[in-house]
Design a protein around this ligand. Structure first.
Ligand code: FHN
Length: 473
């Protein structure tokens, strides 16, 4: 459906100088500072997200059509960067839309798969760096409803389906935009509209672009009701922390309880970066492709991770991580106080690749038995244990055993608590013997119940406290 110009679409949103030259009263949304929030209000807002621990990232867009290949050349970069990698002018790139007809897309199946894996939320690309909107945007024709033979709105379908199946729906949105005419490439050998990691903006068009983003974000928030806005592409030098704070406040004004990542602004350190900490807009840190060795104490964070070496679909990327690696990464992230956002890159037909499906199902089998040690679980009280990872909840310690001890005795670093009972999460009816001493030892069966991670539960007389934080054994 087409379209009013952005400037008209935004008339109702901002405080403007009226026709008669009289300044109108600023709307409360425009002036309220959501960055100044009490700890209590913030804890309340973040609660579901902190408990969820595990989500699905979905990188899906026009780039699924070339699937990593352009004019016979195979990209060695991530699939969603093909426009930039192959130096494709934006009008040329836009032609992929005519071939984008994902008739096999089935929102119920995708959401069902996320649920089966034990995921509590999904985050889908509403617009990646290529500027293509995966929803019916009124302020652009470059969207899946207007520009493709498919003509359906996947964000609408996924949002409804998430509500129906009872998990949270969230969206990714790129600030850098290779399609918008406000932005261009200034690099020798590169077409000015091909897109680049260092895209520039014509200064006189920056406000127009911010208005365009706000118009799209208003469409997204009001139509699809996302629980999280996951920004990206914020590193371009023309995007400032001041812009970020304004955008953060704008999005919160549309939905005060929404959660926004730190990539709305300059809060991440380096491209893979962790979190620069307080003072920057955003509610959580976003380490990428890595789990910080000691977590990010005092900061909410979520590691996003690919299953192979790309976010957007590449037909020939077969470098899949094993289900064991993925399950252990999930446990690792939670044991350090973070969330784990695991990516899938569906094809141009709307299919989640089979290797991803297999892995998600394997994770789901593990989660069906051991989810209690993940959901709403807190970090380990010990810096490290030699045989695996530890998570906590209320008066319980969950010992995730990766390396089964040869003598069947699992040493546990000294605690300030008494152990009341020990058992395997997969067989709670059988009490395990605990040998008191320093270290304390839990007597395990001969073989692990699950070679990826068998969870031993220690019920304590209070909330777990290590005798010494290093947790030496
Ligand atoms: O450039 C993007 C990349 O394509 C992908 O979307 C990842 C996901 O976190 N973020 C950017 C790089 O940080």
């Amino acid at each position: 459906m087409r379209k009013t110009m952005v400037s008209f679409a935004l008339l109702g949103v901002f405080s403007l100088t009226g026709c008669g030259g009289e300044p109108e009263t600023a709307s409360p949304e425009a002036t309220y500072d959501y960055l100044n929030e009490s700890q209590e209000a913030r804890d309340q807002r973040m609660r579901w997200w902190r408990e969820a621990r595990f989500g699905m990232f979905i990188h899906w867009g026009l780039y699924a059509v070339p699937a990593g290949e352009y004019k016979g050349q195979r990209s060695d970069q991530v699939g969603e960067w093909i426009q930039s990698w192959a130096n494709i002018p934006r009008d040329e790139y836009a032609k992929f839309a005519a071939q984008f007809n994902p008739v096999k897309f089935n929102a119920a199946e995708w959401v069902g798969l996320a649920k089966e894996a034990g995921m509590q939320y999904i985050v889908i690309t509403s617009k990646h760096h290529d500027g293509f909107a995966m929803f019916d945007s009124k302020v652009s024709d470059f969207d899946i409803v207007d520009a493709t033979p498919f003509g359906r709105d996947p964000l609408a379908e996924l949002s409804q389906e998430c509500k129906r199946q009872g998990i949270r729906f969230a969206v990714y949105y790129s600030i850098m935009d290779w399609h918008h005419p406000s932005q261009y490439v200034d690099k020798e050998g590169k077409h000015p509209t091909a897109g680049d990691g260092q895209n520039k903006i014509y200064p006189e068009r920056k406000q127009e672009y911010i208005d365009y983003m706000k118009a799209q974000l208003k469409e997204i928030v009001t139509q699809y009701d996302p629980a999280v806005l996951w920004f990206d592409g914020e590193w371009v030098e023309w995007w400032t922390e001041e812009d970020a704070k304004d955008l953060y406040n704008y999005v919160r004004s549309l939905k005060p309880e929404i959660i926004i990542n730190n990539r709305v602004g300059k809060g991440r350190m380096g491209m893979q970066g962790l979190n620069k900490g307080p003072g920057y807009a955003g509610d959580f840190g976003t380490p990428e492709q890595e789990i910080p060795a000691t977590g990010l104490p005092g900061v909410d964070w979520e590691t996003c991770m690919t299953m192979n070496d790309t976010w957007g679909y590449k037909s020939y990327d077969d470098n899949w991580k094993s289900a064991e690696t993925l399950i252990r990464q999930l446990i690792d992230a939670v044991s350090k106080g973070g969330n784990y956002l695991l990516n899938v890159g569906p094809t141009a037909e709307g299919v989640i690749p089979e290797p991803s499906v297999e892995r998600l199902k394997a994770i789901g089998r593990w989660m069906a038995v051991n989810g209690e040690a993940i959901y709403a679980a807190g970090p380990s009280p010990f810096e490290a244990v030699p045989w695996g990872r530890v998570t906590t909840k209320q008066n319980r310690l969950y010992l995730h055993v990766f390396e089964w001890p040869e003598n069947n005795r699992l040493p546990v670093p000294a605690l300030q608590n008494q152990v009341q009972r020990a058992y395997l999460l997969a067989a709670p009816e059988n009490t395990l013997e605990v040998l008191q001493g320093d270290p304390l030892e839990v007597v395990l069966p001969d073989r692990p119940l699950d070679p990826v991670a068998t969870v031993v539960v220690l019920e304590l007389d209070g909330s777990p406290k290590a005798a010494s934080p290093a947790g030496e054994i």
